[in-house]
Design a protein around this ligand. Structure first.
Ligand code: NAD
Ligand code: DAU
Length: 361
């Protein structure tokens, strides 16, 4: 059985990826995660007795730990999901983003390079590093612009996207300078089970259920291109197995929606699931709040390279995916409680402010 080192595999996308991979049963997964506020061991609960999932609590920037893991487990691929991932947090405190997404990612690259350089012929040939990145590195689109493609110039606008852009450039440089067999993916907004409720969709679902305001930044007309997380995970598997070395692959859902449209869909699902709720219609909970600083207006991805070269297409429609997602949060109150720690509540209080949250209620 081959072994893959997955970093950040206790977070939203990483845990969905690890679970899907173990379900397929062909890969042993070594999962390195620092368990920041966004990393949750409960995400991996199903794998508690799985001998082919090895969880390591640690930092991708801990070079001696990473070198030892590589030596001990001899993975044929590393998939790097580990990152600070929330734009709003990067505005309030960019330093963690520079530390993890730039400095620690650089250290990870160095450890991988040394490991790869010493691998014997066939193993060296087969090794892959897949760096999981974001469409936000391309900046913001105007309504009439064509979607981002792989050659769109980088124009990151937030500390988060700037730090991801820096990591993408380092990965590119390691391919060109050292020949490290890298692959980079730039994906649009994911949604689905296990997403930390600081992000738009889970925040709106959980606030809606408990009758809290649904805070929409600005005019609610910002557009995101939504992709169900399992479709992203399938795309990543294809890229790591069949992607061309040194290449970039854009992954998106062909599903552009304004934030207001997304929230209206969530509200109508809640109305249907809770016909007797005193918060019905849930859309009445919508509260317009101060805009995000530097808020990118529109993202959209052209994934034709993924379709052409790797035969990938998103399977889940937004209508079915969002229903599954709402249901997942309803059916996992233990998970919801686990993430709603004091630290989480403190963040929500500081970020949105009591006054803003209480308006209208
Ligand atoms: P997440 O915040 O849910 O999870 C990140 C995980 O990384 C957490 O488990 C955290 O504990 C871990 N981590 C953070 N710093 C670490 C470190 N220094 N060492 C080891 N582990 C560390 O993020 P996500 O939404 O699952 O995103 C995963 C990756 O995909 C990120 O690189 C992100 O930039 C990218 N991405 C996310 C989206 C999205 O919509 N969520 C879309 C495109 C790309
Ligand atoms: O595009 C990919 C990116 O998508 C990933 O790289 C990021 O890791 C991920 O967090 C996501 O970034 P966004 O900033 O697009 O996602 P977020 O869920 O934070 O916000 C989605 C949109 O909703 C955005 O226009 C801001 C808006 N929003 C968000 C929150 C949290 C609100 O209007 N109100 C809110 O409370």
């Amino acid at each position: 059985m081959k072994t893959w080192l997955v970093t950040g595999g206790a977070g939203f996308i990483g845990s969905n990826f690890v679970l899907a991979e173990r379900k397929l049963g062909k890969t042993r997964v070594v999962n390195l995660d620092r368990l920041t506020y966004a990393g949750n061991p409960l995400n991996l609960e199903e794998l508690r007795d799985d001998p082919h999932h090895i969880f390591i609590h640690g930092d991708i920037g801990n070079s001696s730990l990473v070198r030892q893991l590589l030596r001990d487990h001899r993975p044929s691929a590393v998939l790097n999901f580990a990152a600070e991932s929330h734009v709003d947090r990067s505005i309030v405190g960019p330093e963690d983003f520079i530390q993890t997404n730039v400095v620690s990612t650089f250290r990870l690259l160095e450890a991988i390079r040394h490991y790869w350089e010493e691998l014997p012929g066939a193993e060296k040939e087969a090794f892959r590093l897949l760096h999981v990145s974001t469409d936000e590195v391309y900046g913001s689109l105007k309504p009439e612009d064509a979607p981002f493609h792989e050659a769109t110039p980088y124009a990151p606008n937030s500390p988060y996207s700037a730090s991801k852009a820096a990591s993408d450039h380092l990965v590119r440089a390691y391919f060109h300078t050292f020949g490290l067999p890298t692959l980079t993916t730039n994906c649009s907004n994911n949604y689905g089970p296990k997403q930390f409720p600081e992000k738009l969709i889970p925040l709106m679902v959980l606030n809606g259920i408990s009758g809290k305001p649904l805070p929409i930044y600005g005019d609610g007309q910002n557009v995101r291109d939504w992709l169900y997380v399992e479709d992203h995970c399938k795309a990543l598997r294809l890229v790591v197995e069949r992607g061309r070395l040194g290449e970039v692959y854009n992954i998106g859902g062909k599903c552009e929606k304004t934030n207001l449209e997304v929230i209206r869909v969530i509200c109508s699902i809640l109305d249907e699931l809770f016909p007797d709720s005193c918060y019905k219609p849930h859309a009445s909970l919508v509260t317009f709040v101060k805009d995000r600083a530097g808020h990118d207006r529109r993202y959209a991805i052209d994934s034709s390279k993924m379709e052409r070269e790797l035969g990938w297409q998103a399977q889940e429609t937004f209508e079915s995916g969002i229903r599954k997602t709402v249901r997942w949060y309803l059916e996992h109150p233990g998970w919801v409680e686990s993430v709603q720690t004091g630290a989480y509540r403190e963040w929500v209080r500081r970020h949105y402010g009591e006054q803003k949250l209480n308006t209208g209620h």
